[in-house]
Design a protein around this ligand. Structure first.
Ligand SMILES: [Cu+2]
Length: 105
């Protein structure tokens, strides 16, 4: 009985453990909430805009390239990082906003 419950838990939760974690990065005061962030492949960064102005998260790094586009105040955007590498995240509107992301196992 007890073993059955354990087994059910293992089977039930395995798919979730294979999925990546969410990491929250807040944009407030025209700054990212952290300057460096290490995550694992498969993890997702949730970019929250807690300012009352727009932001535009992007990176032109070699290994990882993306542009989340214009992000309205009070919204959040998600980006999954499937592969290992490094990215210097910037805001296209506020050049002082910088966040270095390292994706590694
Ligand atoms: Cu910005």
């Amino acid at each position: 009985m007890f073993q059955g419950i354990i087994w059910a838990l293992i089977v039930g939760f395995t798919p979730f453990t294979l999925l990546g974690k969410d990491h929250i990065v807040t944009q407030k005061g025209k700054q990212f909430s952290q300057t460096d962030l290490q995550i694992a492949p498969g993890d997702t960064i949730v970019f929250k805009n807690d300012d009352d102005t727009i932001h535009n998260v992007f990176t032109a790094s070699e290994a990882i390239k993306f542009n989340l586009g214009v992000q309205k105040a009070g919204t959040e955007l998600r980006r999954e990082f499937a592969t290992a590498g490094e990215a210097e995240i910037r805001c296209a509107i506020h050049p002082k906003m910088k966040l270095k992301i390292v994706v590694k196992k």
